[in-house]
Design a protein around this ligand. Structure first.
Ligand code: GUN
Length: 280
């Protein structure tokens, strides 16, 4: 079974659209998202465009702040401060990665936690860790959404997460744990990666290496969630999983593109609505 992330994402956006419409009719206000992009990384540009497109699709307000690569950290922090107190903005995100001269941690911590639609602020990460999430981080929330949409049991399953980033690996491991899975996190220094992957009932791969996972590393009927977005020399986009190789032995698999990517965007939009409801 190939999990159609685009279709699930559209269903979620439609639900949000109806709720935004009703808020607009009853309160004459719509949720608003501010998106900050620094520099001109082509991948970031595509992500930011997709986020803005999704906002307009559901009738939300969005503002883009496109700052030049050489923007000072001070200027960026000033902008965030202004957006923190802007009554029309309920969610703020700074697209990562940032240029090297800017301290990512300082930027993440400047966004007020109540408008932190990415769930990157340490306050929100702490809330997530202790099971009191303010909002869920977008990509991990999208993965859980996909699994639940397909009625895939998580409880008691051995979930293997490959990759330990703050954006995907660590938080998806936490969410799976909260759903009562047994979770193993693997990373670049894991010595017996293949043996561990072979035990996975559900594998989530987020390492950013094209075709990193092949069928020799997996058991039959495994559920495969591919978070990678890699560009091949021929310009084609592919995931971290060798899809052609693995698809025949998997019970479920997310494709790239059209799997986790669209779900990340719809979870972001859902988070803007959540922040709006909590703030107002
Ligand atoms: N860069 C890669 N993924 C993300 C994300 O989910 N949010 C932000 N702000 N930047 C990213």
């Amino acid at each position: 079974m190939i999990i159609d992330g685009k279709k699930i994402s559209e269903e979620i956006l439609e639900e949000v659209r109806l709720e935004v419409l009703s808020i607009k009719e009853n309160h004459n206000i719509v949720p608003g998202l501010a998106v900050i992009i620094v520099g001109d990384d082509p991948a970031s540009r595509i992500y930011v465009n997709n986020k803005k497109k999704a906002c307009s699709k559901v009738g939300m307000y969005s503002q883009e702040y496109s700052l030049p690569e050489n923007t000072s950290q001070e200027n960026l922090l000033k902008l965030i401060e202004k957006l923190n107190s802007d009554k029309n903005i309920h969610g703020i995100l700074t697209q990562l990665p940032l240029p090297k001269h800017i301290d990512e941690k300082a930027v993440i911590e400047a966004i007020c936690p109540e408008k932190d639609v990415d769930c990157f602020h340490p306050t929100n990460v702490g809330r997530l860790l202790t099971g009191n999430a303010y909002v869920l981080p977008c990509t991990p929330a999208g993965i859980i959404e996909a699994l639940e949409h397909e009625k895939i049991d998580i409880s008691s399953k051995h979930c293997v997460v490959v990759g330990r980033s703050n954006i995907v690996g660590k938080p998806i491991a936490l969410l799976l744990l909260q759903k009562n899975a047994t979770v193993t996190i693997c990373h670049s220094k894991t010595s017996n990666l293949k043996d561990i992957c072979m035990q996975a009932d559900i594998i989530v791969c987020a390492v950013g290496k094209a075709n990193f996972i092949s069928k020799e590393m997996l058991k039959n009927d495994v559920v495969v969630v591919d978070v990678g977005i890699n560009r091949l020399p021929n310009g084609k986009i592919c995931g971290d999983v060798d899809f052609q190789d693995v698809e025949p032995i998997a019970s479920y698999i997310t494709p790239v593109p059209g799997g986790v990517g669209p779900l990340t965007i719809s979870m972001l939009i859902k988070n803007v609505l959540e922040c709006f409801k909590k703030i107002k």
